[in-house]
Design a protein. Structure first.
Lengths: 290, 324, 341
């Protein structure tokens, strides 16, 4: 395959840390996707929960007859199952919000760069304004406004994050806009939307991919923060953030596992994604210099 | 009397992920004191890397793998960084195609020239300033005393190149390597720079290695010319003789493909194909796939044959001119 | 026979837009100096069908800008370009190119092809969009044009980075020609190529002109290359055409002092051991395009300048049989023999 992006995997392979991180991410993703099949218990099924099993330490054999390898939480949920389902939600939201923000931000940024003038000034001023707010603050306000639920959460995250993509896309598109192949396409003449979406945007992908990996990790951590604070998802769909929040009150009384294990799972996921993102970013840099 | 610069079997390779790039392979030549030698070739010929090797400026993944470079008897290959730094600027200097690769955009010319002087001698600030003004005046920069305090971006392209030449001349090095110094400049500015260089060479007795792909500019300065192809020297000799009577088919092909050789509107003589990739050189003579006279013999690399002042690397050289 | 390309009094000014801060400052009364570059100054030119006009000049002369205005990439600040009687650009605040009759070949073959698009797609995109060929017929159409420029039709599936500079330039030429233009504007098409490849591409241009009857505007700084491919030559200096005429005659007998000086400053190949290297540098520096000199733009560097040259802009006037020069003093010194090569 001689596509210009084909050499990426070869280079990526050389950094063992990044490959290990990528493996971890893929394993987590796989496991999380298969959660309904792997998990011994469905943590959403409120009927199955037995209060007798609540707050039990790791190794406890519960009323279901199986070992709770990571213990149980305050409602009697098997923590291992809850974490699997929680990871599932985290990854779903992270990828969904990240991709949606990518699309929205890339389109806005590229159009701003292409049209220039007042359109560009208008869009980029809004983007700049938004970038001066911490994403968490924005996400908080929006989540509080929109209420709980998956769709609302994703919307809040996209609104908080599209600006990063928009700015990167604007920068890359401005550079591509003045290149000869864009002028050649315009002078054919080809209509503006073809030039923007078939020529400029695809060539802006490398830096956007870099931002995307970082932002997916950010989405996951933002969602966890929101859930921790009680916003975002309803308590019937326990995400990792919520698990951590629920277990917080028990930290000092010795029942550390209710918060710590979800916390570790979250950290491992985010760090692994960031390591992959670092490698991707380093790889794209010398390429841009070329 | 031994030559100022003696290059023997210089071989510089680049160890890249895709393979070994044999940029310079077994290059040998000499430059006498005060002589102007032209190094001619197209992209991938190895002419630039030869110049960089002489200055010790080849960065990893490239390095000089074999050969020797002797400047006034002193061996340069294998010298440690500090010794090379002491030589660079003082005994040998370089002028690049883009003067901004040599000039720091955030420092004034005065500061840069003073730093260049102080790198090899300790002088007072006033003495450095006086010398800098003299150097700028020598390359005909008008209002040298005022322009000295300007920044590089305040000069035009041609002026910047003159500044680069002035800096190269600060310590009166015995040899200056110029790598395509006028290629990026307008024709009229190029003419000015060429005129300056001729005057400077004559007055200061500096030897020059002038690297270029443009035969006309090289011929206006150099008394001797070396033609490179795919990392090797394939022809050498006095400029006029080589241009009038090239012995190697590539040299002839280059000369004949110039527009003025043919009636306007008629097809130009062209060399078929393109220069080989230095990663995958053909076996034997590198020019073989493009040569109209190639035979079986050409699968073996021809040696550089020397006859009096001419040299060529070809199994089937073109005939020498008779008489003259 | 009417002209195919008519450039009428085209001027192009580049004025960087004021930032918001500067606009506010201007409103408040402080004087903001506007940095306007006068790239083209009332340039008029006609190109006849089947003719190749060469455009030479140094940096800042406006030849690239003029080429882009004719090709419809830039719209003129004032004046108009017509091809076969139709205006190239539409009117209005955001002018848009309205014709496919003129296409451009760019200087840098590494930048003029979309690196992420297969060559075949790049070639077929324009023709499909303008109905010159259907989607099903595109494959054969592209193969035809690749062959016409001397490339293997199988190359259509490859990406630009897999080709050499010379090959990419051929692809760029094929892309321009696939739109079946009447006029081809070539902006320094061989400047980025190796010398031995330049000859191949120049020969390709000559062949295509012969076979397709192309009308061409060939922009270059290389006087030798331009003379080889052009019927007529126009010399530009700081936004104006200073001389225009038949190629051979202009080189043999340049009328404008700038042309004379330009031809004199090109080094020639030294072929005799005792030959005196003859080139003469033009005195002085190119004036800035931000504040061009008054009157004749060249008067500060011209050895023959008089007071009139400082005060009055010389117009392009006919000196002899189609050979025109913008100089108050033409015809001046006779330089015929020096440039007969």
């Amino acid at each position: 395959m001689d596509h210009p992006l084909a050499g990426i995997w070869g280079e990526f392979r050389e950094n063992r840390v990044a490959v290990a991180a990528l493996a971890i991410v893929l394993v987590i993703a796989l496991v999380a996707l298969l959660a309904p099949l792997i998990a011994p218990q469905n943590p959403y099924d409120l009927a199955k929960l037995v209060l007798m099993d609540a707050r039990r330490p790791p190794g406890y054999v519960g009323s279901g007859g199986y070992v709770h390898i990571l213990g149980t939480d305050a409602q009697g949920r098997d923590l291992y199952s809850a974490i699997l389902y929680g990871l599932r939600i985290s990854i779903q939201i992270g990828v969904l919000a990240g991709m949606a923000a990518l699309v929205v931000g890339a389109v806005l940024g590229t159009c701003a760069a292409y049209f220039g003038g007042r359109i560009e000034a208008f869009i980029m001023r809004i983007v700049d304004l938004q970038l001066s707010f911490p994403a968490i603050l924005l996400a908080l306000m929006l989540a509080a406004l929109l209420g709980k639920g998956m769709a609302q959460l994703v919307a809040a995250l996209v609104a908080a994050q599209y600006a990063y993509f928009a700015r990167t896309a604007h920068g890359a598109a401005s550079v591509e806009r003045s290149k000869d192949y864009v002028e050649a396409a315009l002078s054919t003449p080809l209509p503006a939307y073809v030039v923007v979406f078939r020529h400029i945007l695809p060539n802006c992908l490398p830096p956007l991919i870099v931002v995307a990996t970082v932002q997916i990790a950010n989405s996951i951590s933002l969602e966890a923060t929101l859930s921790f604070l009680g916003l975002g998802l309803p308590p019937t769909e326990p995400s990792l953030g919520m698990l951590i929040a629920n277990g917080f009150q028990y930290m000092l009384s010795g029942r550390y596992w209710i918060s710590i294990y979800p916390g570790i799972a979250l950290i491992v996921l985010i760090v692994a994604i960031n390591l992959v993102g670092d490698q991707v970013r380093d790889q794209f840099n010398p390429r841009l210099k070329r | 009397m031994s030559a100022l610069l003696e290059v023997a079997d210089l071989t510089t390779h680049f160890m890249t992920r895709a393979g070994v790039v044999r940029a310079v392979e077994g290059v040998s030549f000499e430059v006498a004191a005060g002589e102007v030698v032209g190094l001619v070739g197209e992209s991938g010929s190895g002419k630039s890397v030869t110049g960089l090797s002489i200055l010790g400026l080849v960065d990893p993944p490239g390095r000089i793998v074999a050969g020797s470079i002797k400047l006034a008897g002193q061996e340069l290959v294998g010298l440690d960084g500090e010794s090379l730094r002491r030589l660079r600027g003082r005994r040998v200097a370089m002028v690049f195609q883009d003067p901004m690769s040599m000039l720091n955009p955030v420092l004034t010319i005065a500061t840069q020239m003073r730093l260049a002087i102080e790198a090899h001698e300790s002088v007072s600030k006033e003495a450095a300033r006086t010398r800098s003004i003299e150097a700028l005046a020598a390359v005909r920069i008008p209002d040298a005393a005022q322009r000295l305090d300007a920044y590089p971006h305040q000069f035009s392209g041609g002026m910047r190149q003159r500044v680069a030449i002035a800096i190269a001349l600060l310590h009166r090095p015995a040899l200056i390597v110029c790598d395509e110094p006028t290629t990026a400049l307008d024709v009229s500015i190029q003419a000015q720079i060429l005129t300056e260089m001729r005057g400077l060479v004559r007055d200061l007795g500096t030897a020059l290695i002038w690297i270029s792909h443009d035969l006309a500019t090289v011929s206006s300065l150099a008394s001797r010319i070396l033609v490179m192809y795919a990392g090797r020297i394939i022809e050498e000799g006095p400029t006029a003789a080589v241009l009038r009577n090239p012995r190697h088919p590539y040299s002839r092909g280059l000369l004949e493909s110039l527009p003025f050789r043919v009636e306007p509107g008629r097809d130009l003589q062209q060399i078929p194909g393109s220069t080989p990739s230095l990663l995958r050189l053909p076996d034997g003579c590198a020019f073989r796939p493009r040569c109209g006279q190639a035979t079986e013999l050409c699968h073996k690399m021809p040696l550089l044959e020397r006859h009096e002042r001419r040299a060529f690397r070809c199994h089937h050289p073109l005939p020498a001119e008779v008489g003259r | 026979m009417s002209a195919l390309v008519e450039v009428r009094e085209v001027s192009k000014l580049f004025a960087p837009r004021l930032s918001l801060g500067e606009k506010i400052a201007a409103r408040l009364g402080s004087v903001i100096e506007t940095r306007t570059v006068h790239a083209l100054d009332r340039v008029s030119l006609t190109i006849n069908p089947g003719e190749a006009v060469g455009l030479v000049g140094e940096s800042g002369c406006g030849k690239s800008t003029l080429g882009r205005v004719i090709a419809g990439i830039l719209s003129p600040t004032s004046g108009q370009v017509r091809i076969a009687g139709e205006p190239v650009m539409s009117g209005g605040r955001r002018p848009v190119k309205r014709t496919t009759r003129v296409q451009m070949v760019f200087q840098d073959p590494f930048a003029s092809l979309d690196p992420r698009m297969r060559v075949g797609h790049t070639l077929a995109e324009g023709p499909i969009a303008h109905g010159l060929v259907s989607r099903t017929g595109a494959g054969a159409y592209v193969a035809e044009w690749l062959e016409a420029v001397g490339l293997d039709p199988d190359f259509a599936n490859r990406f630009p980075h897999q080709f050499s500079g010379g090959q990419r330039q051929r692809i760029a030429i094929a892309r321009a020609l696939a739109m079946k233009p009447d006029v081809l504007v070539c902006d320094e098409p061989v400047a980025s190529l190796d010398v031995s490849i330049q000859a191949q591409i120049i020969n390709l241009f000559l062949k295509l002109r012969r076979e397709l009857g192309l009308t061409m505007l060939f922009i270059s700084h290389d006087l030798g290359v331009v003379r080889h491919v052009s019927d007529r030559i126009a010399i530009m200096y700081l936004g104006r055409i200073v001389e225009i005429g038949d190629a051979r005659r202009t080189y043999a007998n340049p009328l404008h002092p700038y042309t004379q000086a330009l031809l004199d400053s090109v080094p020639k190949l030294v072929l005799a051991d005792d030959e005196i290297v003859s080139f003469k540098a033009i005195h002085g520096e190119l004036p800035s395009a931000l504040s061009p000199p008054s009157g004749c733009h060249f008067h500060q560097r011209c050895p023959h300048a008089v007071d009139l040259c400082r005060s009055e802009v010389p117009q392009l006037r006919e000196i002899e049989g189609g050979h025109r020069a913008a100089c108050h003093l033409a015809p001046v010194v006779d330089h015929s023999s020096a440039h007969a090569r």
